[in-house]
Design a protein around this ligand. Sequence first.
Ligand code: PAF
Length: 279
Amino acid sequence: MEVVKEISEVRGFINQSEEQAVGFVPTMGYLHQGHLALIEQAREENELVVLSIFVNPTQFGPDEDYEEYPRDLERDLELARNGGVDLVFMPDADKMYKNNAATKVEVTGLTGKLCGASRAGHFSGVCTVVSKLFNIVNPTRAYFGQKDYQQVLVIKRMVEDLNFDLEIVTVPIVREEDGLAISSRNKYLNQAEREAALVLFDSLQRAKELIDNGERNAKAIGEVLSNKIEAEPLAEIDYVSIVDGNNLEKIDQISGRVLIALAVYIGETRLIDNLVVEV
Ligand code: PAF
């Protein structure tokens, strides 16, 4: 496994790979089982696997956790090596963003909803860095986790609109045994918060039960979900949304591909989770 910091080194590596399929896994590091599932699938479907580790400053708001975001490079490199990664790209922020950088990539519409509504500028930061990474790595396929459902939808739209020549592959959410969706931010939770955090998964399961039993009224399901979360003293809802899974528009009736998405503060930690149902 090669580990490089310079853009020119990534290009050199890719150019000498003679048109083999390149699977790309962009991450902010602090790798966990969710990232390993992306790496595993990339490994299965491509000759080369490139992993980026870059805590991207432009996708964090001024009051968010950029400085505290967990980092453990040594462990990341070990996990990457064991996962069969060929190249790790871990640029410094000043190399990714020159002082005079004046270009942002903005996807409109989709980014005003769900997480975009409460995290101004977040998706512009994501789209800008992901475009830059795509231009640097030039992958055949790029792998993203379904936990960030909106991120995947936004990136797919960007890829289509800007004619990037690659396939976006979505990998299912990886969960702890008790159901909590695995996330780097779970590290912030103390024991009581870790227990309270289960309310995200449990409430999604409750929604699924209702739908399986024939409930089709989105508002009624949303109320049950919200009540369940509000009953947890350590939880505070950012949003509970039941939307069309293709365009994130609000729906009245459960029909077609439906996304049930949550963002909930557990103590100070904002967690997201979701469930997709096809009715
Ligand atoms: O999902 C993430 O970890 C980040 O948003 C990404 C795609 C690596 C861009 O910084």
